[in-house]
Ligand binder design. Structure first.
Ligand code: ADP
Ligand code: MG
Length: 264
């Protein structure tokens, strides 16, 4: 399965008279069997790219295709059967049990009367286990810690047994062990044939886990390649407007050290 954006430009209404270009001529692809990390400064267009790939923003020019067919031509259900998505922010608004919240991730697979089968329960429990929240089925979602809720949301995305997974800053609320465990899980899913796009500010973890990294800056894709090729000190310093050094202490992966501005 292949999700592709071709020369996509997306604009928002900035005011009544002005339009703001959030994505400018961006080409991007995520394929089955690869883990792609998207990074870039705040406001560089990362979330807009993810929303555009899901067909939630209509590009002014360019197009998005899933297996060569325009994403707008799929029904929401057809997309939900194929793509699992984790939005950047979401509060547990309704007092659901964790098990119910995760089963919502299976809606595209439920039959016409939407009855939950033994298979749905098995997939739900497996997703909870993989996200280290096994046994949380009976907890009310609004009683979870930020990190637990985040892992339940990831379990909900997995419960849809997607072929592609698009995650917007999934580890923002996680401690180091759960963050590393999540990236380990993403690698396992990729080994099982999924394609994964993960938006993250954690360049050093992305560099160790991703097959490919894409750097966005001011709505443009300024680099797309192996972590080694993308994480060049000059480019990273320029994109983030902060001096950095690059070292190779573990795993053979480039690791970014932000320098102190005054005694660098
Ligand atoms: P990122 O995820 O990289 O931080 P976003 O894609 O969320 O950035 O936003 C890119 C830019 O577009 C930001 O400047 C943001 O304020 C702007 N933007 C995002 N959504 C809208 C919207 N619905 N209307 C107007 N501007 C928006
Ligand atoms: Mg964002």
């Amino acid at each position: 399965m292949k999700l592709v954006a071709e020369q996509v430009t997306v604009e928002y209404a900035a005011s009544r008279h002005d339009r703001f270009r959030a994505l400018d001529d961006v080409s991007f692809a995520v394929n089955s069997g690869e883990l792609v990390a998207v990074a870039g400064p705040n406001g560089s267009g990362k979330t807009t790219l993810l929303r555009t790939l899901l067909g939630l923003e209509l590009p002014k020019s360019g197009r998005v295709t899933l297996d060569e067919r325009a994403v707008q031509e799929y029904t929401r259900r057809e997309l939900a059967e194929r793509i699992g998505a984790l939005p950047q922010r979401e509060e547990p608004a309704f007092p659901l049990m964790v098990g119910e919240a995760v089963l919502l991730g299976r809606w595209a697979h439920l039959g016409p009367i939407a009855s939950v089968t033994a298979e749905d329960i098995r997939v739900m429990e497996d997703a909870l286990r993989r996200c280290d929240v096994a046994g949380f089925e009976g907890r009310r979602v609004e009683t979870l810690s930020g990190g637990e809720w985040q892992r339940v949301r990831i379990a909900r995305a997995l419960a849809g047994t997607p072929r592609l997974l698009l995650l917007d800053e999934p580890t923002a609320a996680l401690d180091i062990a759960h963050e590393m465990a999540l990236f380990d899980l993403l690698r396992q899913l990729v080994a099982d044939g999924l394609g994964v796009l993960v938006i993250t500010h954690h360049l050093n973890i992305a560099a160790r886990y991703a097959d490919r990294m894409v750097l966005l800056s001011g709505g443009r894709a300024v680099a797309d390649g192996s972590p080694d090729a993308v994480l060049q000190p000059e480019l990273v310093s320029q994109v983030f407007d902060w001096p950095v050094a690059v070292h190779y202490p573990v795993d053979g992966a480039p690791q970014i050290i932000p320098l102190k501005r005054n005694n660098s």
